[in-house]
Design a binder for this molecule. Structure first.
Ligand code: NAD
Length: 308
């Protein structure tokens, strides 16, 4: 495809101002400009975006600023001959640190202190409430960029790791590897179960009532993948019935999480607003993928991170 003008859509504002990505890409041999939906898109052959809308069918290339591209219309893009690339590969540090933070909050009871502080209440935990993560086990479901970042951070804290991947090949830092069909066994001896898979037909509802029932009663579920990877009503029941100890949830079936959700009011649940991957350098990480692909287009090479 010929690329003269690359748009950066306003929808990227969910993660960073579009202007700073335009600035980041200023050295590229193409014009880069902020567009707002269809406004300004006529001059563009490609767009960097969070959203997809009808006029994108007329482009040659769409780059998603996210890793997960489950909301993009793959079939329609194929039919319209629109290439889709994603931003996988950039979230390992941020997500790894967020997951380590959730784990330490639960073990060191930090979420309780923050809640007590809001009520100006001096309330030390019971003598046996606090624990340390060293020697505990985490089951990491999905060993891609997110999974790798989580493994690196948790092993640094002395946590032992069980991994779940489709092909049970060894992975550094992971001492047991299971396949998704063995998920109940994989989670059964873990203190933390971390969902780090893309949302696909195979992973929708992967962490269902049976998997939650197979978890230890003192285990915590951490979901940094997509809400629908977990059966949310089954999770609420498991938490209400004490089948598991708690959960840290960054992603939900419906976002923003509705006011009516019982998850908001649970003491052992940490709710974060789909921000586990946020960092002030996000635009730079996206920019390096986009720049590499612009250079590839110039010389007729295949795009990296291509999904469609
Ligand atoms: P990735 O492509 O680097 O890794 C995904 C891994 O999951 C791959 O290794 C793949 O083989 C594996 N996988 C796929 N299906 C599987 C299955 N059924 N069982 C076990 N493993 C399976 O992607 P990533 O960058 O690690 O991101 C993973 C997902 O996390 C994204 O698709 C996105 O939905 C989500 N995500 C969320 C945030 C956030 O802010 N919370 C940020 C980035 C990514």
């Amino acid at each position: 495809m010929r690329l003269d003008t690359l748009g950066v859509d306003e929808s990227v504002s969910i993660l960073f101002p579009p202007e700073i990505l335009v600035e980041e890409l200023a050295g590229l041999p193409v014009t880069t400009t902020v567009v707002n939906g269809s406004h300004g898109l006529d001059d563009c052959q490609a767009v960097v975006t969070f959203d997809y809308w009808d006029a994108c069918d007329d482009l040659g290339w769409v780059h998603s600023i996210q890793s997960g591209v489950d909301q993009f219309p793959f079939d329609r893009m194929r039919a319209a001959d629109v290439a889709l690339t994603n931003s996988t590969g950039i979230h390992g540090d941020a997500i790894g640190e967020t997951v380590a933070g959730y784990a330490l909050a639960f073990s060191r009871r930090l979420h309780e202190h923050v809640a007590n502080q809001g009520e100006a209440t001096w309330s030390p935990p019971e003598w046996d409430d606090a624990w340390t993560v060293r020697g505990e086990r985490a089951c990491v479901v999905g060993l891609g960029t997110l999974g790798r970042g989580v493994v690196d951070r948790l092993t640094g804290l002395g946590v032992e790791i069980t991994g779940v991947r489709r092909t049970p090949t060894p992975e550094p830092g992971v001492d047991e590897v299971y396949t998704p069909s063995e998920l109940r066994d994989a989670v059964s001896n873990a203190r933390f179960v971390v969902a780090a898979v893309p949302l696909t037909d195979d992973t929708r509802g992967l962490l269902d009532a049976d998997v939650l029932a197979a978890m230890r009663e003192d285990a915590y579920l951490i979901n940094v993948a997509r809400g629908a990877v977990v059966d949310q009503p089954a999770l609420v029941s498991a938490l209400e019935d004490g089948e598991i100890a708690g959960a840290a949830l960054d992603v939900f079936e419906t976002e923003p999480l509705p006011d009516s959700s019982p998850l908001w009011g649970m003491d052992e649940v940490i709710v974060s607003p789909h921000c586990a991957g946020f960092t002030h350098r996000y635009h730079k990480h996206v920019g390096s993928i986009v720049a590499e692909n612009v250079e590839r287009l110039q010389v007729g090479n295949d795009l990296i991170n291509r999904v469609v």
